[in-house]
Write a protein that binds this ligand. Sequence first.
Ligand code: FES
Length: 289
Amino acid sequence: MVKSWKWLDPFANFFGAIVGGFYKIPGTHGIKSLLHGTWPLGHPLHPMVTDLTIGGYTATIALDIVYVITRNLALPQAADFLIVASFLTSLASIVSGLTDWNETIDEERRTGMLHGLLMVVASVGFFVSIWLRLHGVADQRDPAVWLALVSWAILIVSSFFGGEMVFAYGTEVNRQAWSEPPTKWERLDVYESSLEDRKPVVGKTKSGFAVFVVKLDDKIYAMGNTCTHAGGPLNEGKWVGADRCEIQCPWHASRFCVKDAKVHGGPATFSEVRFQTRAADGRVEVRAI
Ligand code: FES
């Protein structure tokens, strides 16, 4: 359905220009890694903060409804605290979500844009509800409660499309999650003598796992070749970093250290599978560690 909603594209272009433009500013690399969850979490940040936001708003609505039914004057204070706290966590949800979304394409991008636009509408509703609660007089409490309820309904619809991003398109899902690298020594069709410094080659295991093999300063290193972010081919990336031991994915510029297979820069948040290497009969053998 969302696939054909081209009216979302101008919004996507607008937000894409803002987010992409911001991350082109020198020195923002650390902020990007933080918001993806690459550092220090090593796990996507967005789903963690959205859980806080949705849970907080839902608890607010529950307290509001009980208040409307019982008129128990102890409840509004707790509801007001929760809605303000949820609004604050929603700011982290929005910026982390936009950071993840900016690395998407096509249908995934449109679905993410719809998710984001609905979240913006819900957030404006919650903000006005907070304003009414904090600045309004007693007879404005009911409009504030109903406005929060409508905003919550929009939030739930938005969450549906957020879930669609993960479950239908695999946004930020580890692309190596289902792979089965060998844990026993396995010989690759890669000859030790054919390896040249910093010229990666791809070897395949019996199960079809693609292994990035490279010679670096006379040592052979190996790790997964499929980028954990969205499946980019790491052997086509370029060398970066002070001692040129990091490979940068050609698709969205995630960086992996070839020596320990750890992710050093997002959007990827998961490290690569790391292999031990040895040479036997002139060929390279690997086993996952
Ligand atoms: S596929 Fe996105 S950074 Fe590699």
